[in-house]
Structure formats: C-alpha cells, structure tokens
Design a protein around this ligand. Sequence first.
Ligand code: AHR
Length: 509
Amino acid sequence: MSDDVVPAVINLDVPGPVINRHLYGHFAEHLGRCIYGGFYVGEDSDLPNEGGIRLDVVEALKALNIPNLRWPGGCFADEYHWMDGIGPKRERPSMVNTHWGNVEENNHFGTHEFMALCELLGAEPYISGNVGSGTVKEMSDWVEYLTRDGDSPMVRLRKANGREEPWKIRFWGLGNEAWGCGGHMSAQQYAAEARRFGTYCRDHGGNRLYRIAAGANSGDYAWTETLMKQLGELGCAYRPAPFMQALSFHYYTIPGTWQDKGDATVFDTDDYYRTMVKAAHVDELITGHSNVMDCYDPGKNVGLVLDEWGTWWNVEPGTDPGFLYQQNTLRDALVASLHFDVFHRHADRLVMANIAQTVNVLQAMILTDPDTKALVLTPTYHVFEMNKGHQDAASLRVDLKGALPSREVGGTSLATVSVSASRKDGRVLISLSNLDADQQADVELDLRGGTVTDVRARILTAGSLQAHNTPDAPDTIAPRTHDQVTATASGLRVHLPAHSFVTVEGRLG
Ligand code: AHR
C-alpha cells in the first residue's frame, strides 16, 4: 500500500485568533435517558450520587474540561415552564414531554439541580429560555430568580427554596429552532419576539447576560441576514442591539434521509464516505453564515454559535424512537475530529458549539446501560479529551501544500487528511485526522518560527470503522501512545494509519 505524503507548514510564531473554549460545549435535554438515568438518578439511587446527580458521569466529564452545558433543550425548552421545576420535589407538577416519547416528566430535575450539576462539572450554564409557549414575564422572572441579589419577589422565592446567593449566568438562549419546534415562525416574526424577550432579560447587579438568538436551520442564510438586520443597529459601524450578543444555527450530520438516517454501527464504506462529506459540509455553512454576518458586522461583535451539532442515526433496535439513543463508532469520532478542525479555523467568528448530546442521546460522550447502569465512554468522548488542550489556545494556521489526498464521493471531492493546531502556555498541540478508510498517509510538518521538543503523540483508531465500546468491551476503542512521529530537518513527520485520529503535543522553544 502506497503512502500519501502531505507537506504542511505551521508558523509557530504567528498566533491566530483564540479558540474559544466554549467550542467544546455540551448539551443536555430532557430527552430519553439524557437527564433521567444519565445525569440524574435521584437521591435514593444505589449509585454514588450527590443530590441525585450521578457522580461517575460527573467524574468522566470533568476529564474533558467541559466549558458549558446547554439545558433544558432543544425542542423541550419551548414547552418547559421553569416554575414547575423548583420547590419540594413531591409538590412539583408533572407534564407530558410531547416532543420526546410522550413520557411523563416529573420535573424532579429543575433549576437548582441543573445549577448543582454545573457546579459539580465546573461548567458554565447555558440556559435555553422558552419563547415558543412561554411568556416574556416568565422568562424575565427566571433571569431574576437566578441572578438577582438583595431583595425582590423572585429573590425571596429562590431563598425560600434554599439558595441564598444568586448564581452567575452568562449564556442565555432566546428560544430554540423558532423556525420549527420552537413555534414555526418566520424569521421576521421571530426577530420581533427576540427583541421583546431579549429586552426583558435584564442584567441584574453585576451579572451580564450573553443573549443568544435562535438561529437558522443549517444553510438558511436568509434567516441569519434577517436577524442581523433586525437585531442590530445599522450604521457606519454596526452595533449589536443590547438584547442580542450572538445568534446560533444548527447542523446535524445525516447521510441518509430523515425517514432512514442509517444505522450507527451497521454501515459500509460508501455510507462512511457519505457521512464524511456531510460532516465536512459544516465548513461551508460556517463560512456562509459568517459571510452574511461580516456584511453587517465586519468588526465581529456578534458571535456565531453552533449550539447543536453531531451525527444523527436511526435509534438502536428495540429502543424508544422518541429517545434518540444511538451507538457511537470510530466513524463518529472522525466526524468530531473533522468538526473541531473546522471550528478552529473559524475561531474569529464562531464562539461556541455544543455537541448533541452529552449522555445517551445522539452523538453522546457517555452511554449508560439502563439495566446494569454500567457506564461506557464513546469514541467521541476520546476525541474531546485528546483535543482539550485547544481550549482557549491561540489557533495556528496550517497550510497543507500541493494536491491533498482525496476521494470522489457522489460527485464531491472529500479531502481525506485534515489538520489543525494551536499554542498555549509554551506548548503546541496538533490534531491530525486521516479519513481514508483504507489508505495510510504521512504528514510532513514544516515547523517554522520555533522548535518543538519533548514530543508526545496519541492515536485513536481501530481495526474497523464500525468499532465501538460496550459495557463488556469498554476499551475496544481508546487512545494509545503513538510512536510513529519522527523528527526531520525542518520539523516532524507524523504517520497516520487509515481511519485514525492523532494528536501531537510538544514544548515550544
Ligand atoms: O437534539 C435533538 C433535537 O434536535 C433538539 O431538541 C432540537 O433542537 C433539534 O431539532
């Protein structure tokens, strides 16, 4: 088998935009077994827990340095009424989760439990408020309840529920998917709603909200343009309105159709390449939304947030179709590593991204067994862990030279080698993905403007693309030391086996 050799140049002394740590953000919705059985097992559980929060899940996620957690949805956010989720649990009213399985939601996991979870994780909360079926007063009261100090009706209520001090909350979502499950609105309609809701989400005391308007469905650039026009103050220098600091969009990797998305573990090489083409499309989407935003906001004052991304497969056989439970293979890991390379390249505009979702739903980090309660770390988890050094690091541009190895996939050319890099605290981190199913590759890194010593590398790969972890075989796919990195006259040569993800770290001199 012949090796592709890919020359790449990195100028170590030319730092680019900082990679916001919130690009490694997470998402937990009241959906299937994400909250109940995933994060939260209740205080009476046999599993070690704090206030009902599962501690093995917390420990595993802490190793990722997860920067933020979005909650309570998703579609669920727009039918969630936060007052149902405070006070003594036995008195909390139930509701039907009409979006996800029509199951009864007992509201035992509410505001206080979510804030406790964030504190245990060391993650910033990102609360998605209800625009679709809620009122402006309801959302405004929630902000007051959470963030106001001193004395007020909502402060008294919070204190009566056991929390004296206000919390610090930055990230606040003004609804979710307003074009769909969040109210089936037009962009104009939603912009008007966002102005109203955003206005009454006040900055109490020293707390400063970072309001995120619900944005487009994948490539709906017209939606982004409408929001930029309606939610900013046009003029010589665009100023975002005080009620919006960012706007979002959602994009899922689905190589099939909505009716038949494909199976998580049963797929062939063609399915695999189709998946990679769909994953790579996120680059075009971020570029498109950024271009629209640049027209109105060249100073990049408004942030772009991709607050739902990841693979979406058919549910695992025998599981509730409304619970979106899916396995996770090496293919999912490579979808994640490719997304991160794209995110790093767009660090000037993209300020946050949230994988959907953290536990037991869609492209999860952690799967828990409903019967044995065993916890499994997915291949995607390992990509987040191997890449965590990029959080808040200065991006380093990577110039791949010459013709890149590629595959023709249904009329689209898929570049099969992807690289990104960053520097922080005197160290460099380089992430390299070889997406080719069969062909190995070597990347010849020409490192200019500095030296890299004390090099350590790790690899995530497996014998097959379908490899995944289960309670019986939890480490089928896990990072290993990679010793196929060699020093060259101008830098490093990194060997990438077929379908592999490699990280190389070293000390900058
Ligand atoms: O993540 C699952 C669902 O996907 C979310 O609830 C919704 O926002 C999106 O359509």
